[in-house]
Design a protein around this ligand. Structure first.
Ligand code: S3P
Length: 173
């Protein structure tokens, strides 16, 4: 395997679970939003404000392409931002050999609560109504992942263990 790629909506725990999983496996963890911020020299929030969502998606696409092209024999855990896997070009890129896409899911009320607790600036977290609509709109795309893990009411360690177990079980995809 070349990489485990964690996808899902805002608040799904992609970064926290990704970091914990990577530590346990002794693999490197890459957070796509961090890579975008580093290569752009701007925060995600600044990219949205200055270049709009289209500008952000272009930077996201480029960062993902570079990351996938640069994968070596040392496997990695990759955490994507909530909208990345929803872009068909990105999903196609992640359908390549040795890449296992895992969808971390939870009820939208819980995702909203987690984002409210976390003080991070999220340009697409506006009203609860808009948040719910966007989640419903994206869900069919997330379900194309090889594996879905229900994270409802679970802590990071439990979710991490379930992701690790799903990799061991030789789940298809
Ligand atoms: C986005 C989610 C964010 C970040 C950007 C866009 C989205 O990442 O990539 O604000 O489209 O859902 P998180 O899912 O880590 O919050």
């Amino acid at each position: 395997m070349r990489a485990v790629v964690l996808v899902g909506f805002m608040g799904a725990g992609k970064t926290s679970v990704g970091r914990t999983l990577a530590r346990q496996l002794g693999w490197v963890f890459d957070d796509l939003d961090d890579l975008i911020e580093r290569s752009e020299g701007r925060s995600v929030e600044e990219i949205f404000r200055q270049s709009g969502e289209a500008g952000f998606r272009a930077a996201e696409r480029k960062a993902l392409q570079e990351l996938i092209a640069g994968l070596s024999s040392a496997p990695r855990v990759i955490g994507l931002g909530g909208g990345a896997f929803v872009q068909p070009d990105n999903a196609a890129l992640l359908a390549g050999p040795g890449l296992k896409v895992v969808f971390l899911d939870a009820p939208v009320e819980e995702l909203w609560r987690r984002c409210e607790l976390d003080r991070r600036e999220r340009p697409l977290q506006r009203s609860e109504e808009q948040f719910r609509r966007l989640y419903e709109e994206r869900k069919p795309a997330y379900l194309k992942a090889a594996i879905r893990i229900d994270t409802a009411g679970k802590d990071i360690e439990t979710v991490t263990a379930e992701v690790a177990c799903s990799l061991d079980s030789g789940h298809p995809g």
